[in-house]
Design a protein around this ligand. Structure first.
Ligand code: SAM
Length: 200
């Protein structure tokens, strides 16, 4: 299973945003929508072996939306459809337990610490420009149950980095050029699909 965790520092935790202006009214939920597309959508299908956690920190109480490829329905490649699915999830009353929204989409209160606690058994990989070159990892280091942690346009706070370090994540880079989070996810999926690992 490939897990992708994306932290949206300003992302709204309420459904009160406009589908006509997603970036301007939702605290950049558009970034998270593109991450969802990059994680799941392939030509004529959805990746079943992917799970995405969207950590939304732009409200009074943090919320997390979890999208599970195995049962995910109604996801189209366009940002607006994804935003509409997230809007529905944010209208579901959230508690610390996962509540089902539409098929394959769940919501609860809680942020990054809770997600990391959920993924204790996964290989945690924190994506950062100055990390160790991903091509240096052998297959066993990245395959199996892996969880890739990414920031939004503001990166990650020192407190979040401390949390990630405590959880035992390795810091891994896709190169020194700073990329968009969704582009990182496309590269990670390609990398894992093709298993382009360095020899020796
Ligand atoms: C737009 S970047 C954040 C930009 C920048 N770090 C900052 O301080 O605002 C969004 C996220 O993508 C990931 N990322 C971007 N470029 C990367 C690279 N070359 N290698 C690994 N991760 C990268 C990181 O997780 C980053 O937090």
């Amino acid at each position: 299973m490939r897990n992708f965790i994306v932290v949206g520092h300003k992302a709204t935790t309420t459904p009160n945003f406009s589908l006509e202006d997603i970036p301007g009214t939702s605290g950049r939920l558009d970034i998270l929508c593109r991450a969802v597309t990059a994680a799941f959508v392939i030509s004529h299908g959805i990746r079943k072996d992917v799970c995405v956690f969207l950590v939304l920190l732009g409200g009074e109480v943090p919320k997390t939306i979890r999208l599970v490829g195995e049962t995910l329905r109604h996801l189209n490649p366009d940002e607006r459809t994804t935003a509409a699915l997230l809007k529905k999830a944010l209208a579901v009353p959230a508690t610390p337990q996962w509540a089902l929204s539409t098929s394959g989409i769940f919501v609860r209160t809680g942020g990054l610490a809770e997600v990391l606690a959920d993924l204790l058994d996964a290989k945690l990989i924190y994506l950062r420009e100055d990390g160790a070159d991903i091509r240096g990892f052998d297959e066993s280091g990245l395959s199996g149950e892996a969880a890739f942690i990414l920031g939004d346009h503001t990166g990650m706070t020192p407190e979040e980095e401390a949390l990630i370090e405590q959880a035992g994540a390795r810091v891994v880079s896709l190169g020194s050029t700073s990329l968009h989070a969704d582009h990182c996810i496309v590269l990670l999926n390609w990398f894992l699909d093709t298993k382009v690992f360095m020899q020796g």
